[in-house]
Design a protein around this ligand. Structure first.
Ligand code: DAT
Ligand code: MG
Length: 179
């Protein structure tokens, strides 16, 4: 009988814990949902680049997005081929550093993610920090860990249009989860 009591209690505790952890995120999302014209399901494409993986910053980047209240909709690790990277960075193809960018991005695996939440694109960019190291503020990923333009740890979509394009480029629809 005592054993039964303990089991019930443990089940209650774990249920409560799971519930409250979920609530933290739900409260933010529900508050936003009550405000008109607010898209709290905006999605952005965030990618940990080969140097970020090599420097063991995967967990650090994920934790930042979880802590800010964003929801992970998709996640995978892969080694992108040249044609995928050329499509991803097609706007930069005429710039002098483009061949170096291609080599760098093929130097190891990357971690591809979709993060969802209110103003995910803009807030995501803020959290990553500016492209130029001298402009990336302390507290951002690049401002905390980066020193040079060519090795800046993470990618983040810079506008709604590019987010949609990048999500469609890097993920198949069945890899994206709604929860
Ligand atoms: P961001 O990654 O901030 O969106 P971007 O899209 O202009 O910046 O450039 C894509 C990547 O190209 C960037 O993350 C690193 C590289 N890059 C940009 N400017 C560079 C430069 N001046 N020298 C070397 N690499 C550069
Ligand atoms: Mg960019």
């Amino acid at each position: 009988k005592n054993k039964e009591k303990i089991t019930t209690k443990l089940t209650m505790i774990s249920a409560t814990r799971g519930f409250s952890r979920w609530k933290v995120l739900e409260y933010q999302i529900r508050a936003l949902a009550t405000m008109p014209n607010m898209n709290y399901k905006e999605r952005t494409y965030i990618m940990i680049k080969p140097d970020g993986v090599q420097r063991k910053l995967i967990g650090n980047v994920i934790t930042r997005f979880e802590n800010r209240g964003f929801r992970l909709s998709a996640l995978k690790m892969m080694r992108p081929d040249k044609s995928l990277l050329e499509t991803h960075y097609k706007e930069l193809k005429d710039l002098p550093f483009f061949p170096h960018l291609m080599d760098y991005m093929q130097s190891g695996p990357v971690v591809c993610m979709i993060w969802e939440g209110y103003e995910a694109v803009k807030i995501g960019r803020l959290m990553l920090g500016a492209t130029k190291p001298i402009d990336s503020m302390p507290g951002t990923v690049r401002g905390d860990f980066g020193q040079v333009s060519g090795r800046n740890i993470v990618h983040g979509s810079d506008a709604l249009g590019s987010a949609e394009r990048e999500i469609a480029l890097w993920f198949k629809p069945e890899e994206i989860l709604e929860w």
